[in-house]
Design a protein around this ligand. Structure first.
Ligand SMILES: *[C@@H]1O[C@H](CO)[C@@H](O)[C@H](O)[C@H]1NC(C)=O
Ligand SMILES: *[C@@H]1O[C@H](CO)[C@@H](O)[C@H](O)[C@H]1NC(C)=O
Ligand SMILES: *[C@@H]1O[C@H](CO)[C@@H](O)[C@H](O)[C@H]1NC(C)=O
Ligand SMILES: *[C@@H]1O[C@H](CO)[C@@H](O)[C@H](O)[C@H]1NC(C)=O
Ligand SMILES: *[C@@H]1O[C@H](CO)[C@@H](O)[C@H](O)[C@H]1NC(C)=O
Ligand SMILES: *[C@@H]1O[C@H](CO)[C@@H](O)[C@H](O)[C@H]1NC(C)=O
Length: 573
């Protein structure tokens, strides 16, 4: 009949369409997936990544601060006695990072913004209160002394008079004063008035003084959106309107690396670079195995020798290329090649290469043993040095100068875990310690005969990660490639089945039609042709020897398609 024939024909076409669709999907899905991913990940005013990035509550950040309480300041000049420290804390703050003054520049595929960070004390996650008293080195006096070190002697005499009246080598302040509210220091006021020493432009001293809710402290950022090429996403192009800083000598002054929140997808780096506004320089992280967070597998990058060593070599073609883009050649490879004499040959391929011991250009003057970063220039001339907590991964000499350091990689390592398909950071532990260098200065009685020591002041642990709520959607995003792949195979399979089914059905209909013709010739049925298909097929299985006694055996043997004999044999069925 025409309707049923049309039906199986339509079914066959439907099946064929599915087959074609399944095949195309199977072939093009990876391409489509990466297009979709690029679109979702790259920054535009309408993309998902933009919403998450701009919204300060989407990824909770916790800042844990640990102080080192200096327990024996009176023994500083006692020979054979080392400064002793007891760790206090954590004093935990919930941090909100808001992006303000966000302006997109489609002409060069960048976005400009300022960052506003707000901290809220979280008493429940803290071990101690903001009222705890902590004894520390007198940073203000040391900064001032550091500034006048190389000045003419009569300045020293004058300064000594001032210091001996008001200063002590240590201060005892509450945690709150040391961090956010700041404390007044006579020296600061005098410095402001007399302009003898060019102290920081603040009326008080506190490690985070004036930083709460400030939109200017972190500086002005200009970051690539990845609109032109997703591989550029998140790379910091300019900081404070320039692509170099004034804090280090070239090429260490380059503004390079990720701004920290975005990394290009589908890349297998053996190192990554992040620019830290806190210490005014890029940090290099080295690949260190796989780590799982909230059920999502990521690659772990840690701070190690490439950042902390005082002799890390790096190749810089004169045209300041970003390390992110040249990550295929690591400095380790380079050093190995250099040793084997092959470096020069391979370097000839690059235009005007420049090999730099970045360890040295980051020293900024006098170098130190490995493991600490000189941030003097970035911190208003205070002799500040950043290290991993408890001088982890640093030259043992730092730990041996003092008592109380217990480095432990679990607690004190600095790492970022990136999900490799999307480049999304799933777990971050940013841990750094701030140290102040105490140096003897014989012309000042306060600093006479003190040992040259790097004093740990505090360390912080900034934790951020994919939340339990976000994890399933990220999991889906990562597995969409596989899901699409299997779906396309399923569609292909289903399509083939349907085509096959339509073919079988078509054949059956042909037979069926023959039956009908015979049926009609024998005995016209009044009920017409409205018999359902299953009933018809049921009825056409008939035995040839219905009258035979040995039916069971025969039935199975002779059972086949026969024209239905209506009427006489019906009761035998
Ligand atoms: C820190 O050490 C001082 C002694 O140097 C002590 O008086 C003070 O209680 C300590 N602070 C805490 C919170 O234990
Ligand atoms: C809390 O701080 C004290 C020192 O002030 C320390 O002994 C103790 O182990 C800390 N507790 C936790 C859970 O960290
Ligand atoms: C930071 O500012 C906010 C808003 O004014 C305030 O609620 C919060 O307590 C401040 N944080 C600190 C640590 O002072
Ligand atoms: C992109 O253009 C904006 C506006 O002209 C400018 O502020 C920014 O510095 C430019 N960025 C780069 C990397 O050239
Ligand atoms: C640290 O940097 C400052 C200024 O950038 C420089 O004067 C000093 O020599 C450097 N090294 C040490 C150990 O202070
Ligand atoms: C560089 O670091 C090594 C290892 O800590 C140390 O032995 C060496 O003295 C350091 N170099 C300088 C110039 O301080």
């Amino acid at each position: 009949m025409t309707p049923s024939r049309n039906r199986s024909f339509a079914l066959a076409i439907f099946g064929a369409v599915l087959v074609v669709f399944g095949t195309l999907l199977c072939l093009f899905w990876p391409f489509i997936f990466h297009r979709l991913l690029s679109k979702e990940l790259s920054m535009s005013p309408t993309s998902t990544s933009f919403d998450i990035w701009k919204n300060p509550t989407s990824v909770p950040l916790h800042l844990e601060i640990y102080f080192f309480n200096w327990t024996n300041p009176e023994e500083i000049r006692t020979p054979g006695k080392k400064p002793s420290f007891v760790q206090l804390g954590p004093y935990t703050f919930l941090e909100r990072r808001e992006k303000v003054n966000v302006v997109f520049h489609p002409q060069n595929n960048t976005v400009s913004f300022d960052q506003k960070r707000t901290w809220y004390f979280d008493a429940e996650r803290s071990n101690g209160s903001l009222k705890d008293n902590v004894t520390q080195l007198n940073v203000v006096a040391i900064s001032a002394a550091h500034k006048i070190r190389n000045w003419a002697f009569y300045w020293h005499t004058m300064f000594d008079l001032m210091l001996s009246k008001i200063g002590q080598i240590h201060v005892t302040k509450t945690v709150d004063e040391l961090l956010f509210s700041g404390y007044e220091d006579t020296l600061i006021n005098m410095g402001q008035i007399t302009k003898i020493v060019d102290l920081p432009p603040f009326d008080k001293f506190g490690w985070f003084y004036m930083r709460n809710e400030s939109t200017v402290f972190d500086g002005h950022f200009n970051m690539a959106t990845g609109q032109d090429n997703i591989m550029n996403i998140g790379i910091l192009r300019n900081w404070n309107y320039r692509n170099t800083t004034s804090f280090y000598d070239a090429p260490c002054n380059a503004v390079e690396g990720s701004a920290g929140e975005f990394w290009p997808p589908d890349k297998n780096y053996d190192e990554i670079t992040l620019f830290s506004a806190d210490i005014c320089r890029p940090l290099t992280y080295e690949y260190k195995g796989i780590m799982t967070h909230q059920g999502i597998v990521g690659k772990r990058y840690v701070i190690g020798d490439k950042t902390l060593s005082n002799s890390t070599k790096r190749r810089y073609p004169r045209k300041q290329v970003n390390l992110v883009e040249t990550a295929t050649r690591t400095s380790e490879d380079f050093v190995a090649m250099e040793d084997s004499g092959k470096a020069f040959e391979s370097l000839k391929k690059f235009q005007d290469p420049d090999i730099v011991n970045v360890g040295q250009c980051f020293c900024n003057g006098e170098c130190t043993p490995s493991g600490i970063i000189n941030v003097t220039a970035c911190r208003y001339g205070a002799p500040a040095f950043v290290s991993l907590p408890h001088f982890h991964k640093a030259d043992p000499v730092f730990r041996e100068q003092i008592n109380g350091m217990n480095p432990d990689d679990e607690k004190h390592g600095f790492y970022i875990v990136l999900e490799p398909t999307t480049g999304i950071p799933i777990d971050v532990a940013a841990r750094l310690q701030v140290n102040i260098l105490l140096q003897p200065l014989q012309s000042l009685s306060l600093f006479k005969d003190v040992p040259k020591t790097y004093f740990p002041m505090f360390w912080f642990n900034e934790r951020a990660g994919i939340t339990e709520e976000l994890a399933p959607s990220l999991w889906l995003l990562i597995h969409l490639l596989d899901i699409g792949h299997y779906t396309s195979i399923a569609i292909l399979f289903l399509g083939s089945l349907i085509v096959l089914g339509a073919g079988v059905l078509h054949c059956l209909h042909k037979r069926d039609k023959a039956d009908m013709v015979m049926m009609m010739s024998n005995k016209p049925m009044s009920t017409g042709f409205a018999v359902p298909a299953e009933q018809k097929t049921e009825l056409i299985y008939l035995d040839t020897t219905v009258a035979n006694d040995d039916r069971d055996a025969q039935t199975r043997l002779n059972r086949q398609l026969y024209p239905k004999l209506v009427g006489d044999n019906l009761q035998d069925l």
